[in-house]
Design a protein around this ligand. Structure first.
Ligand SMILES: [Zn+2]
Length: 129
């Protein structure tokens, strides 16, 4: 195994270890919303309006549909951590795939059925007398 292949395998082992340590996760995107209610004379209809909120909405795609749900304020920190963990998962998986492609290419080069071209050694001819 070449040095670079060994380095790739080491990094893959690190990625696996980090994946195993990853906490709870969920996909999605958080957005803030401000709402207007139906109460007459409420501050949300004043001039200027002071709308209710922010409310946190989580959107995610579970093929083939996009879903969204409100997130309670007391769950916000946990949900943010889950979103971060999900991003980390995707980053680690992408990195692993990239390393796997790299390793496959290195393997192909070392398995090559064609001999590597060698620089020709030039023996200087003796100058003709
Ligand atoms: Zn209102």
């Amino acid at each position: 195994m070449s040095n670079s292949q060994a380095a790739i395998q080491r990094r893959i082992e690190q990625i696996k270890a980090e994946l195993a340590q990853l906490g709870p996760l969920r996909p999605g995107h958080l957005s803030q919303q401000y709402n207007v209610c139906g109460t007459p004379g409420c501050r949300c209809k004043a001039t200027p309006p002071r709308k209710h909120g922010p409310y946190y909405q989580l959107s995610y795609t579970c093929q083939p549909k996009t879903h969204s749900e409100f997130v309670r304020l007391e769950n916000l920190a946990a949900v943010r951590q889950q979103l971060t963990n999900y991003q980390r998962l995707r980053a680690l998986v992408d990195e692993w795939i990239g390393l796997a492609l790299n390793a496959a290419q290195l393997q192909r080069q070392s398995d090559s059925p064609w001999p590597k071209p060698r620089p020709k050694s030039r023996i200087p001819r003796k100058a003709a007398p």
